[in-house]
Design a protein around this ligand. Structure first.
Ligand code: GLN
Length: 547
């Protein structure tokens, strides 16, 4: 559509966690609903090359793209809102920027010159922003700058934004997110932190065009005028971002505040009426009027931090809405499970999901849970490590392979039913070296997977080093566990099922990365359906209202 890509920068002030990612995704949704092509990029100011080596406690879930990039979890929101795939180019860190520049320096590209933050680092930041626009021929690139304005590590990014704004004029725009706190003692909303934060941006040479003010209470007209006056923006450009019931409400909230219209007017792009959100609102309606509740246990070891399983949680929201039910997740720490208490903790559940993970902590609890749900015929969904645990459990308790294990946990096990992939054995570096990204998988007829997907060839995303050990395949198949999804080239087992069980599916890949509002994931839909079919406890009227 547009010849010149338009650049929208989203910065944050006062504190982190104001919802830059959701506001960016919501604005993108509104522009997309008006027929524009949009992508969103996250620039992270930390030195790691990517978040792949970070503990989930540090940074929440690591989101994996089709092309195998290990990225910030905000990219998950972008994909779920827009139903457009992202790639490595959508998430850049300071580490990567520096690595690119230093590689060039070593090659001799800057021979004879001093390499400096300005212009070399800022030029590389600008190149990464513009490259994304070029690759995808987008009308809009929305670039979210991680961190908070004023942080030392964010300075080169803000400087790159200043330069691009200068170069591009109307074709670049800055949205600054700030906090307008409510002081209960004074009974008032306070604008001072916003004023300070904008001043800080101004000191760096950037005048924001739009202010999105996160608040717990509606912004009065007086407050809007005051913010506008102190911060040199028009009153229409002061946008309220009030706490929402669900993140999926934010596109509508932003539309009510006319964020998209203000953006388009400021960039000189003609538009008519409101963004067309009818499909989105169908989803919202289904989400908010569930007819029943299903209870699903999510077993993992990072459950203190729910962001560690972000994509799984969102996939259940999509699949619940698709089935007209509310999925109530019960978080169960794998370390808290034992043979003695497993019945007490799981017997009331309609389904159990065992989450992905690394290392041995909590593994025996996961295996105990799987034994219980297998024997009690409770629907089971195992993802990555969750699938591997299902294989270990079956080996130990059905096939009699004493102390069968994954060589990740027990390198000397007599029965290595899960083993490191051959090509992984020689890899020493930890960063970006797993089996990553999208691979094809062929499904067997008459399998649960085939019934869910409705096709034979699927593509799913991976992030692991260990695999089902094919030496054991015929033994497992002869004793009731079926390998129903296999990589057509490498023959690696990607899906296991127990046909005798109502719904027992383990997948080596991560289906949760591909579920979006527009296309909820077929396996999550199938799992929720199975949980619904075998529902144990009827919900109370109150639970439905509260949901
Ligand atoms: N730790 C396991 C592996 O590397 C599983 C990884 C995961 O669950 N993402 O194979």
């Amino acid at each position: 559509m547009a010849e010149q890509t338009k650049y929208i920068f989203v910065t944050g002030g006062v504190t982190s966690s104001l919802g830059k990612g959701i506001v960016s995704a919501s604005l993108a949704k509104l522009l997309q609903a008006r027929g524009h092509t949009v992508t969103i990029q996250k620039l992270d100011p930390y030195i790691n090359i990517d978040p792949g080596t970070l503990n989930p406690y540090e940074h929440g879930e690591c989101f994996v793209t089709d092309d195998g990039a290990e990225t910030d979890l905000d990219l998950g929101h972008y994909e779920r809102f827009l139903n457009v795939r992202t790639s490595q180019a959508n998430n850049i860190t300071t580490g990567r920027i520096y690595q690119n520049v230093i590689d060039r320096e070593r090659r001799g590209d800057y021979l004879g010159r001093t390499v400096q933050v300005i212009p070399h680092i800022t030029d590389e930041i600008k190149r990464c922003i513009q490259l994304l626009a070029k690759e995808g021929h987008y009308d809009f690139v929305i670039t979210e700058i991680g961190g908070t304005v004023g942080d030392i590590e964010s300075l080169p990014y803000v400087e790159a934004v200043r330069q691009m704004k200068w170069d591009l004029g109307k074709d670049a725009l800055v949205i600054h997110l700030t906090l307008v706190p409510y002081l209960a003692a004074a009974g008032e909303l306070k604008t001072k932190p916003t004023q300070h934060s904008v001043k800080q941006l101004l000191e760096l040479g950037v005048q924001p065009d739009i202010l999105v003010c996160r608040t717990e209470h509606p912004l009065t007209d007086d407050i809007r005028v005051k913010v506008a006056r102190f911060c040199n923006v028009s009153v229409e450009a002061v946008i309220e971002s009030i706490d929402a019931e669900t993140i999926y409400d934010v596109p509508n909230l932003m539309a009510n505040e006319k964020l998209d219209q203000v953006v388009l007017s400021k960039m000189g792009i003609p538009f008519e009426g409101d963004a067309e959100l009818s499909t989105w609102n169908d989803f919202i309606w289904r989400l908010k009027s569930p007819k029943e509740i299903v209870r699903i246990g999510l077993i993992g070891k990072y459950i203190e931090l729910k962001d560690s399983y972000k994509s799984i949680v969102e996939s259940f929201i999509h699949a619940g809405a698709a089935n007209g039910v509310k999925v109530k997740l019960e978080w169960i720490h794998s370390e808290s499970l034992s043979k003695e208490n497993v019945a007490k903790k799981l017997s009331h559940l309609d389904g159990v999901l065992v989450a992905p993970g690394f290392g041995g902590r909590g593994i025996e609890g996961k295996i105990e849970a799987i034994r219980y749900v297998r024997e009690k015929e409770i629907p089971f969904f195992g993802i990555c490590l969750g699938m591997q645990c299902a294989v270990i459990e079956y080996g130990r308790n059905v096939l009699g392979l004493n102390e069968a294990h994954s060589t990740e946990m027990d390198p000397d096990t007599e029965y290595p039913v899960i083993d490191i992939m051959e090509h992984q054995k020689s890899i020493i570096n930890k960063g970006g070296t797993m089996r990553l990204g999208q691979f094809p998988c062929q499904l067997k007829e008459d399998s649960i997977a085939m019934a869910c997907y409705g096709k034979k060839e699927i593509m799913e995303r991976h992030r692991h080093r260990y695999e089902f050990n094919n030496d054991f395949q015929s033994l497992y198949e002869s004793k009731g566990m079926r390998m129903t999804g296999v990589n057509p080239e490498s023959r690696l087992v990607e899906i296991i099922e127990i046909p005798e069980h109502p719904w027992f599916v383990g997948v080596q890949f991560h289906p949760e990365y591909k579920s979006t509002v527009a296309e909820p994931h077929p396996l999550f839909i199938g799992f929720v359906q199975a949980a619904l079919a075998g529902r144990k406890v009827e919900e109370t009227e109150k639970e439905l209202v509260d949901s």
